[in-house]
Ligand binder design. Structure first.
Ligand code: BTN
Length: 245
């Protein structure tokens, strides 16, 4: 059955994820809060998410789960489903992208979309999830200092209606994020990984040492599996490895 999605647009808000946290008790499953402008957008690793006002999509999707529906240990499934939904949407717009583990979306070597997923855990189950998404849509110039940004418009030379694109994107999110998740989802996610099966440079965050490795997949608990040149397989959790691009 299709989820009914309700989208609430704000002209300006600090962060759509933060607004969802404030309203969490009143939110229905599959509510979306979107903002024309975010004044304190939050990114991964405690970073700020900067956007040019009115140019990009910044929104959060709220998912509610029944007790026993989704174990906390399976939280990576949400990253997989959301990232694949983004690829479905972008492919539909003629933009072929890859997933940079865990859930950045890359066009060639540039970042077009980032996600901040915040889950509430209750007795080893996920009771709800806020999936915050920032997608670069119409922005043409990015401030120096942002790492490798690119927008849909820079790729296709089109100008998009943010409201129309959000409706299309929510349809993709709804079909990927409805339980039960598809059986082949983990394989599909792996096949869409940026740099899969190629040797590239990485840095081990604990030692600060660079090394060359090949991404071979992701473990069920969401760790990135990288084979070194010596054939050793190393597993990295988020923040334990950084890509040298
Ligand atoms: C990243 O660092 O790549 C994650 C960026 C996530 C940004 C989105 S924009 C909408 C939502 N609200 C926020 O404050 N952050 C997320």
């Amino acid at each position: 059955m299709k989820n009914k999605i309700s989208i609430e647009w704000y002209d300006e808000i600090d962060s759509t994820n933060t607004e969802m946290q404030r309203k969490i008790d009143a939110l229905e499953n599959f509510s979306v809060i979107a903002a024309v402008n975010q004044t304190a957008g939050r990114g991964q690793r405690g970073n700020t998410w900067h956007v040019q006002e009115g140019k990009n999509l910044t929104f959060s999707l709220f998912l509610k789960f029944q007790p026993g529906e989704l174990e906390a240990a399976d939280n990576f499934l949400l990253s997989e489903a959301a990232a694949l939904a983004m690829l479905d949407y972008l492919r539909g717009e003629g933009v072929e992208c890859k997933i940079k583990w865990p859930n950045d979306i890359y066009y060639k070597n540039k970042k077009i979309c980032g996600m901040l997923i915040e889950n509430t855990i209750s007795e080893r189950n996920i009771s709800n999830s806020i999936i915050g998404i920032g997608l670069n849509v119409n922005q043409k110039d990015f401030p120096a200092g942002l790492v490798n940004p690119i927008s849909m418009s820079q790729i296709t030379n089109k100008a998009y209606s943010l409201k129309e694109e959000l409706v299309k994107l929510c349809r993709c999110l709804s079909s990927r994020l409805t339980l039960p998740f598809g059986e082949g989802m983990a394989n599909e996610y792996e096949e869409c990984l940026y740099r899969k099966d190629e040797f590239h440079e990485y840095s081990d965050c604990a030692s600060g040492k660079p090394f060359v490795g090949k991404i071979i997949g992701v473990s069920t608990d969401g760790k990135l599996c990288v084979e070194t040149e010596k054939g050793e397989v190393r597993r990295f959790a988020f923040k334990e490895i950084s890509y040298i691009i």
